[in-house]
Unconditional design. Structure first.
Length: 254
C-alpha cells in the first residue's frame, strides 16, 4: 500500500498528558489495522505537530481524518483553511467520526465495563457541546443510534458539558424527577480530561469511561479514510476565521 494516500489523523489537542496518550494509542491501533499504510497524526491546538506543520511535511495524496465526534467548526472551517495554505497537496477531508453505529458499540462496551446493566433504566449521553448547532445535532443523532443499539431501545438523553443544554447534571435531575432511580451517564468523549472529570459529577449512579483507543473507534477511522477515497477532492476555500470554541482556555478533550 505504499502508493496509497497518507492517512493524516487530525486530533483536537489537549494539555492533558493522558489525553495525548489516548490519541497516540488510537493511531497505533489504526496502523495495526492497515499495515503498510502511512498513518500520521497532528493536532489542531496545544500539541505538536500542528496541522499546518504536518501538512508542510507531506507531499502528494493525503486524506485528513478528523478525530472529532461531530461536524462542527473545526471540520467545516479550520481544517479546510489549513489546507488552503498547502496547495501542493492533493487532499481529501473525511467525515467526522460521529454519529456512527460503531461508536454505539464502543459506548456500550464502556458502559458494561463500568458495571451498567441493560435493565437499569435510561442513559444520559454526555458530549462536550458546541456553539455550532450541527455538532450538537450530531450528538442527538448519536443518542438515537445508541438507544437503538441497546436492548429494549432504552431511552438515551443527549446532554452537553458546555455551550448547550441540558447539561448532564440537568438531564440526570430531570430523569430522577420523572421517576427513574437508576441513571447512567455515557461519556461521549474521546479521552480523559476536563470534560470527562466534569461528567463524573453529574449525580448519576455510574459514569462510563471515555471512548479511548477502542477497537471500534480504530475501525471507524479506517472506514472514514476508505469512504473519503471514493469521493473527489473538494475545492478548498478559506472562510473568515473566527473562534467558536466554547471550551475553557487551554482545555480540550474532544
Amino acid at each position: 500500500m505504499s502508493d496509497a494516500p497518507v492517512l493524516l489523523a487530525v486530533a483536537h489537542g489537549t494539555r492533558e498528558t493522558a489525553g495525548v496518550a489516548t490519541t497516540e494509542a488510537l493511531v497505533a491501533r489504526v496502523r495495526a489495522l492497515r499495515p503498510g499504510l502511512r498513518v500520521e497524526r497532528c493536532f489542531l491546538d496545544l500539541v505538536s505537530p500542528s496541522l499546518p506543520e504536518a501538512l508542510a511535511r507531506l507531499r502528494g495524496d493525503v486524506v485528513l481524518v478528523p478525530l472529532l465526534l461531530g461536524t462542527g467548526y473545526h471540520v467545516r472551517v479550520d481544517i479546510p483553511s489549513a489546507l488552503a495554505g498547502a496547495p501542493r497537496l492533493n487532499a481529501r477531508i473525511a467525515r467526522a467520526l460521529g454519529p456512527d453505529p460503531l461508536l454505539a458499540d464502543a459506548l456500550t462496551d464502556r458502559l458494561h465495563e463500568a458495571g451498567w446493566r441493560a435493565d437499569e433504566g435510561p442513559l444520559v449521553l454526555a458530549a462536550a457541546g458546541s456553539t455550532d448547532p450541527a455538532a450538537n445535532a450530531d450528538t442527538a443523532a448519536m443518542a438515537r443510534l445508541l438507544s437503538e443499539r441497546l436492548p429494549g431501545a432504552a431511552p438515551v438523553v443527549p446532554a452537553y458539558l458546555c455551550a448547550a443544554g441540558p447539561t448532564p447534571a440537568e438531564a440526570v435531575a430531570a430523569l430522577r424527577a420523572a421517576g427513574h432511580s437508576r441513571i447512567a451517564v455515557a461519556e461521549y468523549l474521546l479521552g480523559p480530561g476536563f470534560f470527562a472529570r466534569r461528567a463524573t459529577r453529574s449525580g448519576a449512579c455510574l459514569t462510563s469511561a471515555p471512548l479511548g483507543a477502542h477497537e471500534a473507534l480504530a475501525r471507524l477511522v479506517v472506514r472514514r479514510y476508505d469512504e473519503a477515497l471514493t469521493m473527489p477532492p473538494p475545492a478548498i476555500r478559506r472562510e473568515p476565521v473566527q473562534n467558536s470554541s466554547a471550551e475553557p482556555p487551554g482545555i480540550s478533550v474532544r
